[in-house]
Design a protein around this ligand. Structure first.
Ligand code: GTP
Ligand code: SPV
Ligand code: MN
Length: 590
């Protein structure tokens, strides 16, 4: 399929190491994928679902100990420790190659090695980059067929060019020997002993964020953990917004939101360009333009329902793969907590055990039928609100950048930074409660700068400096920067803001700020809306509640600056401009 000497010799070298029984080049054809699905059904790796209700859909169950990203076992292997910086685990490249080389040695014995050529971004776009993933997992092949543009067309586009070298083996799925290693200086990724999405679909977090952010710093663009959406007004004009929220904090939901009645009846529409990753660069007009490098959604299943996210649910109705959700045995379909109020009478839970509703205890997630980080892999083309620009190689121009996280207190519903530099400060100091998307404790507040803490592929101090540089390059054409928090809770721990589709009310204020039609009050932390300017038509929420949601509590924020002090101290060499912003914040709070 290719004459690319570098590619052919690298595949030979990796095959000599992993010793597969055979090698299969993935051409992307439906026949080949169908053959692989059949094989995976025979081994139980994939379970075929109800062909009438969920045509072309499959269920996959991962190993019980392999259900999320493993940040403790994820490494950036740069030649110096400073290259990886204070936020990453580091191994010297030679040590990592030696350690993982021993694990990869013979790891594909008796198995087939699949060679997957894939493009992040539309094939041939100026933004796009090509990767090759070698894997011994059919689940990875069929998932990459959804998540990326892949196959023969990509090899043709590659010619004798360069590519990101990704090597993955399930090996024995052993937890102690699980490693996700990135070699930014070699354009390479080695992942072993996992079968979970974020660890093994190497085009996603490993390439499109960790390797890409390293490249972006060198080449003057940005790779970010951001959704991209377009809001079309009744005149047919579309404004684009990019938003960075940590894992399981609402990107997929916001990206596909359905406008509330008050906007829908006026003719407003929302279009999804991407739900997880954005590659951004300055366009010929001086503005910041973005593409979504992916071709599908790897979305959180629990909580997704016809009301909370109709478009995401609709996207999963054909040619999708479900991972670690429950199997409803009455009709061979899938179910997860929060999909319907009524639970299935009988199901097989994500662990493969019999499950009935009487087993369910709300406070105990181990009794849930679906894993809290169960996911669907769905083609973007299934999404009812997919943007007409989704396949555009030129991308879309970004008017606003939004940061946000899960904060029970402190962060108001929305505020605007005073300028780009202040916005970078806001992003760099973001904090959020941890979620089930990564192994470890859930609900602990941690700093997660730009929602990129687990994904910055180089020194985070340099990453901040790069953000500042981008602002200087963009000048007055730079997007305005905002921060949102959908997750403020009352004293009983209930979310105060209705969220989901109603977040559009906040986006409308944001767009109003971008075109200069919306007023604001200046506070210590930036500009907040006048409560009356958040449209509450059709909601049973009072302006007073909104005032409460927008309140900037000086005591809490003074506490917050202490947390930021600590974080910046740990970071070591945060750019002086951001230190200056911190000093300004402290002065404002006095
Ligand atoms: P990753 O795929 O891990 O990057 O997650 P994501 O950022 O795309 O998050 P997603 O949209 O899948 O939402 C994760 C969880 O947050 C789900 O349980 C949602 O139901 C919940 N959620 C999303 N938006 C809102 C909101 O506006 N309000 C509230 N209260 N919950 C929300
Ligand atoms: C995330 O955790 O941010 C995800 C899922 O989008 S994963 O692909 O596992 O990273
Ligand atoms: Mn994500």
């Amino acid at each position: 399929m290719t004459k690319n000497i570098k590619l052919l010799s690298w595949v030979d070298e990796m095959a000599a190491l992993t010793k597969p029984e055979s090698i299969l080049w993935i051409d992307g054809s439906e026949e080949q994928l169908e053959m692989l699905r059949k094989e995976a059904m025979e081994t139980g790796e994939l379970i075929k679902l109800n062909e009438e209700k969920l045509p072309g859909c499959y269920l996959h169950r991962s190993a019980l100990n392999d259900v999320a990203r493993v940040e403790q076992r994820t490494f950036i292997c740069t030649s110096t420790k400073d290259g990886a910086g204070p936020t990453n685990n580091w191994m010297a490249p030679a040590d990592a190659y030696a350690k993982l080389g021993a694990l990869f040695d013979g790891s594909m014995k008796g198995r087939t090695m699949y060679v997957i050529p894939y493009s992040m971004g539309p094939v041939g776009s100026e933004f796009s980059k090509i990767g090759i993933e070698l894997t011994d997992s059919i689940y990875v092949v069929v998932s990459m067929a959804i998540m990326t543009r892949m196959g023969k067309a990509v090899l043709d586009q590659l010619g004798d060019g360069d590519f990101v070298k990704g090597l993955h083996s399930k090996a024995q799925l052993s937890e102690e020997d699980r490693y996700i290693c990135h070699f930014p200086e070699d354009n390479a990724i080695w992942s072993i002993n996992s079968g979970y999405g974020g660890n093994v679909l190497l085009g996603k977090k490993c390439f499109a964020l960790r390797i890409a952010s390293y490249l972006a710093n060198k080449e003057g663009w940005m790779a970010e953990h951001m959704l991209i959406l377009g809001i079309e007004n009744p005149k047919g004009e579309v404004k684009y917004i990019a938003a960075a929220f940590p894992s399981a904090c609402g990107k997929t939901n916001l990206a596909m939101l359905i406008p509330p009645e008050l906007y829908a009846k006026e003719g407003y529409k929302v279009w999804c360009v991407g739900d997880d990753i954005a590659w951004l660069r300055q366009g010929p007009d001086g503005r910041l333009w973005a593409i979504n490098p992916e071709n599908g959604f790897f979305g959180v299943a629990p909580g997704t329902n016809a009301h909370s996210n109709f478009n995401a649910l609709a996207s999963t109705k054909k040619n999708a793969i479900f991972t670690n959700v429950a199997l409803d045995t009455s009709d061979n379909t899938v179910w997860w907590e929060g999909m319907t109020d009524e639970k299935p009478a009988h199901a097989i839970d994500w662990k493969g055990n019999e499950w009935t509703p009487d087993k369910f205890v709300k406070a105990d997630k181990s009794t849930y039928a679906a894993h809290p980080n169960s996911r669907f892999t769905a083609p973007a083309e299934n999404c009812p609100c997919i943007s007409s620009e989704f396949n555009s190689g030129a991308g879309v121009p970004i008017s606003a950048i939004i940061f946000g996280g899960r904060r029970a207190k402190t962060a108001p519903l929305v505020y605007q930074s005073r300028n780009w530099q202040h916005g970078v400060f806001v992003g760099s100091t973001m904090a959020s409660e941890t979620t089930a998307a990564a192994a470890g404790a859930v609900g602990v507040v941690r700093r997660d700068p730009m929602a990129m803490l687990p994904f910055i592929g180089y020194n985070a101090n340099d990453y901040f400096a790069h953000w500042l540089d981008m602002g200087k390059k963009l000048g007055d054409k730079a997007p305005k920067i905002f921060n949102v928090n959908w997750f403020r809770t009352d004293d009983e721990g209930h979310f105060i803001w209705p969220g989901f589709g109603d977040n559009m009310r906040v986006l409308m204020w944001i767009l109003g700020r971008c075109d200069g039609t919306m007023d604001a009050d200046e506070t210590a932390i930036g500009f907040v809306p006048k409560a009356e300017d958040i449209n509450l038509e059709g909601l049973d929420i009072t302006v007073d509640t909104v005032k409460e949601l927008l309140n900037v509590d000086k005591e809490l924020w003074t506490e917050e600056t202490k947390g930021i002090d600590e974080f910046y101290a740990k970071m070591g060499r945060v750019p002086a401009e951001l230190q200056g912003e911190l000093a300004t914040l402290k002065a404002n709070l006095k």
